[in-house]
Design a protein around this ligand. Structure first.
Ligand SMILES: [Zn+2]
Length: 263
């Protein structure tokens, strides 16, 4: 019986992942998210419902449009798979282990917003305000009801003012804008939830990961020195570890000799 529930949760997650793909594509383009039917970007054929089944359709059509055979990015499939697996994991962790449907829904929605931020930033180098506002309401609201005033107030202040000051100094010294406004807002929002210590840890680690990613991309000649590279994915990547796998992150820190960053 449990395996049927698991399968159901997994496919529900994959279907939500399919919807997130739509959000990732349409939100930055200002297109209607809910009411417009999906179509092939090449031949404009409307996608029929039986060709729009999460995961399965991509496999059956071997990643091609059913009409013009244009290749469809494997990323659509990966996002559906990722969200399906995550829904299953969150269900087991929050519902079966801790008996909380509320936490299950809350953290799953936060994760979905992270997924949208991650890919929209890669595609367009922006973290949309609309997603930041929903994250602020969710993470800020949660923090105010669950954590002390010192935790969320100082956390948000550090998360917002720290990167803002550094960016401002960097701009004064070099005349270049380092972090975008969306990155700074996201740090501030995360500060509510993470508190002062963990948001500092996030800033440090995400800068580390972000720099590493830029160096790798430059090494692979995928970007040149002056190309804009999205920084949001690094912030999201570290946040997912901190919020969902804090113990594993501490293990990893000890493993690579960064014990000073273990709290
Ligand atoms: Zn087509």
């Amino acid at each position: 019986m449990q395996s049927i529930v698991d399968l159901y949760i997994f496919f529900l997650g994959a279907a939500i992942g399919s919807f997130l793909n739509v959000v990732i594509y349409r939100l930055p383009r200002g297109e209607d998210i809910v009411f417009k039917r999906s179509h092939c970007p090449k031949c404009k054929t409307k996608i029929k419902w039986y060709n729009n089944i999460p995961l399965l359709s991509f496999l059956i059509l071997r990643g091609k449009c059913s009409e013009c055979r244009t290749k469809i990015s494997w990323r659509y499939f990966l996002v559906e798979l990722l969200v399906g697996i995550s829904a299953l994991y969150f269900y087991h962790h929050f519902v079966l282990r801790f008996g909380s449907y509320g936490d299950f829904v809350f953290y799953f929605v936060v994760f979905c917003l992270f997924v949208c931020h991650f890919f929209i930033d890669i595609d367009h180098q922006i973290l949309p305000d609309s997603i930041n506002i929903v994250l602020l309401v969710l993470l800020g609201g949660y923090a105010i009801f669950h954590f002390s005033l010192n935790h969320w107030l100082i956390g948000a202040a550090v998360g917002f003012l720290g990167p803002l000051t550094v960016t401002w100094l960097f701009y004064k010294l070099r005349g270049q804008i380092g972090l975008g406004g969306g990155d700074i807002k996201l740090y501030g929002i995360l500060g509510f939830y993470l508190g002062p210590f963990d948001i500092l840890r996030n800033i440090f680690l995400s800068c580390f990961v972000g720099t590493f990613v830029i160096l790798v991309l430059m090494g692979l000649k995928r970007v040149s020195k002056d190309d804009p590279v999205a920084f949001g994915p690094s912030i999201i990547f570290i946040s997912v570890w901190q919020i969902f796998f804090p113990e594993q992150l501490n293990h990893l820190m000890k493993l690579v000799g960064l014990s000073a960053l273990v709290f």
